[in-house]
Write a protein of this length. Structure first.
Length: 331
């Protein structure tokens, strides 16, 4: 995904945080900074950020058939995947009702071989805990919104505390990696999913950028006279154009599922989605074919349906993960 798309996803997720009665204080932390902290949405793709959480392999989790000795560990039956996914994700609905993958696909073990230290679910797990730490070091204004007292306030030098603005930027950074889990090409190791000019990966991201529109480009947000609240409201307007529906209060499939495991399942579901869009029969795992975006997605109704599934799922997952961090502080 490109900058405007990543930005819109996080801003739309903020709207869900606003609409959930359980995250009102979190909305007070994040919403006022929306038009300032949005930079966090796309920073992970910047060259300099590749020295931090943005290292290359943290944006993808490229599944492929696994032939090692530990096969049973890497098989995820369809029902298990559906049980692990939040039913409020459009991707859940697609896999349960529209997927045409046969029994042999579901019986096959798949694994993402990531470089050492580069792993999308690891990255999310790290940010999840980092953000909780940041919330525990708030200045009086931030601390007043985080439930519970810390017990070390007297020892916390004001110059060592963090502001709502600083913490907000980290929430936005996290949204980038969650959204990346839902880009089907990020979850599929086949050659077709590589990022090549006019290929399905590059072409699809360009298409989303057009769909999201100029309002969410960094140049527009930098100079807009709109307030942060108005920018978040504007992000909600795209629901109608894109055919998106969301349910609040935000849910999490199973409270025992941590973000690491959940992200593994998101990427497995995105891989299943990719194998539907680009069937294995036509593009076997070792195929070097590279379909062009314009040719592959010539059916615009189908494309809109795929867009809806990816974008709805990315927004919902961002918002529900933010809420999941917030739940740690529940009294
Ligand atoms: Zn990325």
């Amino acid at each position: 995904m490109k900058q405007a798309c990543h930005t819109w996803i996080a801003l739309r997720a903020l709207g869900l945080i606003q609409d959930d009665p359980k995250t009102q204080d979190l909305a007070q932390i994040l919403v006022p900074w929306a038009k300032h902290s949005y930079i966090g949405c796309w920073l992970p793709d910047m060259q300099k950020f590749k020295k931090g959480h943005g290292i290359i392999g943290n944006h993808t989790f490229k599944n492929a058939p696994y032939n090692g000795d530990n096969k049973s560990r890497f098989v995820v039956p369809k029902q298990k995947l559906l049980d692990a996914l939040d039913p409020n994700l459009a991707l859940h609905g697609y896999i349960s009702s529209n997927s045409t993958l046969d029994a042999s696909w579901w019986k096959q073990p798949y694994k993402a071989e990531q470089k050492d230290g580069e792993h999308l679910p690891d990255c999310l797990s790290s940010l999840f805990d980092t953000i909780a730490d940041l919330l525990l070091l708030g200045d009086p204004e931030l601390d007043a919104l985080v439930p519970g007292s810390t017990g070390y306030g007297d020892y916390l030098d004001p110059t060592c505390t963090l502001t709502k603005a600083q913490v907000s930027t980290f929430f936005f950074i996290m949204s980038h990696y969650i959204a990346d889990c839902f880009m089907p090409c990020h979850a599929d190791k086949r050659r077709l999913a590589a990022f090549e000019t006019d290929g399905v990966h590059e072409g699809w991201e360009k298409h989303w950028e057009k769909l999201i529109g100029a309002d969410f480009k960094k140049t527009a947000l930098k100079s807009t006279p709109a307030t942060s609240e108005q920018v978040v409201a504007k992000a909600k307007e795209l629901d109608t154009t894109l055919g998106l529906t969301f349910i609040t209060p935000l849910t999490w499939p199973d409270n025992d599922n941590d973000i690491w495991e959940t992200a593994i399942f998101w990427c497995r579901a995105s891989f299943a989605f990719s194998c539907n869009i680009f069937p294995i029969g036509k593009y076997p795992y070792d195929s070097q074919a590279q379909p062009l975006f314009n040719e592959h997605f010539s059916d615009t109704a189908k494309l809109s349906e795929y867009d809806r599934i990816v974008l709805q799922s990315a927004v919902y997952a961002v918002a529900s993960t933010w809420k999941q961090i917030w739940r740690k502080f529940k009294e």
